[in-house]
Write a protein that binds this ligand. Structure first.
Ligand code: BGC
Length: 742
């Protein structure tokens, strides 16, 4: 008995010493606890409050009194946004230094956490490079490249003195009408999961203190990307099985890889606004998945709870619901109502001090991890990370790899594209001269439509083509109006077409972000369709270049068009990439990250449970994309015909470049589960990679699958792999095998 006691005491001593070791290692947390102990309720709630920068401005100028008010009198924890235009590096430094000076003069001296939407490059920094929007990046099938674009964004954001980036979007884009479709990595869960976590790695690196990194923000948790109406911030209805199967994996993986912050979906899911859904925010995200970071609302979303969703009768009730559901910080961001109401709620016992402390702990941890307590000021040595020439090269590579060639007919036995550099070309259509259309949302302004704010070096499609083949070979008619093409333009098009070899028709969408981008019809605007019809009537070969954030339907005109290049929103180097491809300086290799619809009434995804040509009839399928070279695949082989238990299945396929161009090839591996307890998709993407083949080169492409790559979420919401037959499909080749769980 005595011996036992001694053993227990020794064990406890050892345990205690291990714990104190652990505590030593997490010294930062001790520091946070000390701060929390000293803070008043007002100071704690202040940390949970985020305001927009304009609240610090009066008559267009940063106001000293307001600065003192929000950093010292009632200090807040975070600021977002710009004063309405992109700032230069030195303007950002001056602004943030002034804010931090004031924070350090406050009682608790807690630094400000500045957040920004740098969602495809440092949106709000003058002359920053912008990369293709996610929808185009997903077409590259090149996760490493996307990681690089995120690394550059992180460097340019941090060089601006900002350490928190509200990106990436991890919602799966399965509603093509949605105005934020371009911000998604497309309709497939694997693409979103892999590209999303690649982007997070690029932003956060291994150490948030480094001048190379920033905090990312997974968004928008969860279900935002499939509004039933297609309109922004409107209700989504997703079954529990689909939520687990399609919408959770990207967030789950991001949490597991240590993402530091998350933003909540403004809309509702199955009738409950996500901002008040404790089961999702606290029970699932924080407790079950172990998310240790900070949860921020989206813009005005607590207010939205009573003004739009009508689940609360006033602001105070809305604050209570959101905070008790697990929200840590409110992007209020226009006033201090959140602050006032939350203080009152705690004093009245409606929100516990534990909940407040948990929120503050998470906020202070992000600040500490980012090194703000060591040095809250913009880091001078980070400036050298801004505007490097190689960033443009990566932007060009990303734009080139995203471009997806959807059609390339033959004329007199020769493919239309690439065009000869001595061709006479007529460029027409509203996108020909539009920087906005090339860049889309969040491009030097929220809507991306203020062209005066773009760097002078940014080219339009017309300019890039002129540079490529000489201005004397190019004529252009373009009004940059996407909804209105005038009779005069049509007349000029007919006339000028007579003197050219080809027409390059630049159609698509103007830029838009969020609700202003709502549409009722996915068809390309009527006037652009008419313009295309007039072009077709000229009988000249037509190359259609589409700059658009979502697949606008073109089935009415597509048969009259000879070649179609989908450019998505390729951004800074987009025009150069388009010209490179049109004139053969680059061989296209992007493949669709979504099903391009043919009819407005048929918007199914490629992995819909039922699929035959009547129910699923897209213009172009998910994964489709042409090359200038001719890749031939053969010999799809498996290491075994029966995969057992946890064994690995090796899959190989030979690919030969039989054409006249070197080229990259995106290789998607799909699996079909022939019989399953939940209706199986006809096929599902399970692996993807990109390979480069010189002309004449033969390569063996290899993949490895495990039972996890055959799994799905069953009706009990468990991820399972059921015994039975499976079919693997790569580049149109198919082979089957059996899975047997021991
Ligand atoms: C958007 C978010 C964005 C936030 C801050 C909101 O309107 O939905 O994605 O991060 O504004 O600008």
């Amino acid at each position: 008995m005595f011996k036992k006691k001694v053993v227990v005491i020794v064990f406890l001593v050892i345990l205690a010493s291990c714990q104190s070791d652990k505590e030593n290692k997490t010294f930062k947390n001790d520091k946070i606890e000390v701060l929390i102990k000293k803070m008043t309720l007002e100071e704690k709630v202040g940390q949970m409050t985020q305001l927009t920068l304009k609240k610090f401005y009066k008559k267009g100028k940063l106001n000293k009194d307001l600065l003192i008010k929000y950093t010292q009198t009632t200090p807040i924890g975070s600021v977002l946004n710009t004063p309405g235009r992109p700032l230069s590096i030195s303007e950002w430094h001056e602004l943030i230094s002034e804010i931090q000076d004031n924070c350090l003069a406050s009682r608790m001296k807690i630094p400000m956490l500045y957040g920004i939407d740098a969602i495809h490059g440092a949106t709000y920094t003058k002359d920053a490079v912008l990369f293709p929007h996610n929808i185009g990046l997903a077409a590259t099938r090149n996760v490493e490249l996307v990681k690089k674009t995120a690394e550059i964004t992180a460097k340019e954001v941090r060089a601006s003195g900002i350490r928190w980036n509200f990106d990436p979007v991890l919602g799966v884009g399965r509603q093509p009408l949605w105005s934020r479709f371009e911000e998604t990595f497309g309709e497939d869960v694997l693409l979103v999961t892999e590209f999303g976590s690649g982007a997070i790695k690029g932003y956060e690196g291994d150490d948030l203190k480094s001048i190379n990194n920033v905090s990312s923000c997974m968004k928008h948790f969860i279900g935002y990307s499939v509004p039933q109406s297609g309109k922004d911030r409107t209700p989504a209805y997703i079954t529990a099985q689909q939520l687990e199967e399609v919408f959770m994996p990207s967030f789950k993986k991001a949490v597991a890889s240590g993402a530091s912050t998350v933003m909540i979906n403004s809309g509702s899911l199955n009738g409950i606004p996500v901002h008040i859904n404790k089961e999702l925010i606290t029970d699932l995200l924080k407790n079950k998945w172990g998310f240790k970071g900070l949860v921020v609302t989206d813009w005005e979303d607590i207010l939205y709870l009573y003004k739009e969703h009508h689940v609360a009768k006033n602001n105070k009730e809305a604050v209570k619901m959101a905070i008790n559901a697990g929200i840590d910080m409110s992007m209020v961001p226009m006033n201090m109502t959140f602050y006032d109401d939350l203080i009152a709620l705690v004093n009245q016992g409606e929100v516990s001090m534990e909940r407040i402390d948990d929120a503050v702990r998470r906020i202070l941890k992000v600040k500490m991890d980012l090194g703000l307590f060591d040095n809250p000021y913009p880091e001078k040595e980070a400036i050298k990370n801004f505007g490097k020439k190689e960033y443009r090269d990566i932007a060009l590579q990303a734009a080139r790899e995203s471009m997806t060639l959807l059609k390339n007919d033959s004329l007199q036995n020769k493919a239309v594209l690439p065009l000869k550099k001595n061709s006479k070309v007529l460029i027409s259509g509203p996108a020909a001269n539009s920087l906005a259309s090339l860049h889309g949302s969040w491009s030097y302004s929220w809507q991306g439509d203020k062209e005066a704010l773009f760097p002078e070096s940014t080219l339009t499609i017309k300019e890039a083509i002129q540079n490529k083949i000489g201005a004397s070979n190019v004529s252009c008619i373009s009004s940059s109006k996407f909804e209105k093409v005038t009779k005069k333009e049509l007349k000029l098009l007919r006339q000028k077409a007579k003197n050219v070899d080809f027409i390059v028709l630049c159609l698509g969408e103007n830029s838009y972000a969020e609700t202003p981008g709502n549409i009722d019809d996915l068809t390309l605007s009527r006037d652009q369709i008419e313009l295309a019809k007039v072009a077709i009537e000229t009988n000249k070969p037509i190359v259609l270049v589409l700059t658009e954030g979502r697949p606008r339907i073109i089935s009415e005109i597509v048969s009259g068009i000879d070649a179609v290049l989908l450019a998505y929103r390729p951004s800074s180097q987009g025009a150069n990439a388009i010209a490179d491809i049109l004139f053969g300086d680059y061989n296209p290799n992007g493949v669709l990250p979504f099903s391009y619809p043919k009819h407005t009434g048929n918007l199914l995804t490629y992995d819909a449970p039922i699929r035959n040509t009547e129910t699923f009839n897209p213009q172009w399928e998910f994964g489709y994309g042409l090359s200038y070279t001719n890749f031939k695949s053969s010999n799809l082989k498996l290491s075994t015909k029966t995969l057992k238990g946890d064994e690995k299945l090796k899959v190989t396929i030979e690919v030969m470049n039989e054409g006249d161009f070197d080229g990259e090839l995106a290789v998607d591996l799909f699996v079909r589960d022939k019989v399953a307890s939940v209706i199986p998709p006809m096929k599902k993407l399970r692996k993807f990679k990109k390979v480069f083949l010189k002309k004449g080169e033969l390569k063996l492409v290899e993949f490895e699958l495990t039972k996890n790559d055959l799994s799905f979420v069953n009706s009990d919401l468990e991820r399972v792999t059921e015994n039975g037959s499976f079919v693997i499909e790569i580049l149109g080749e198919k082979v089957s095998f059996e899975y047997l769980n021991n």
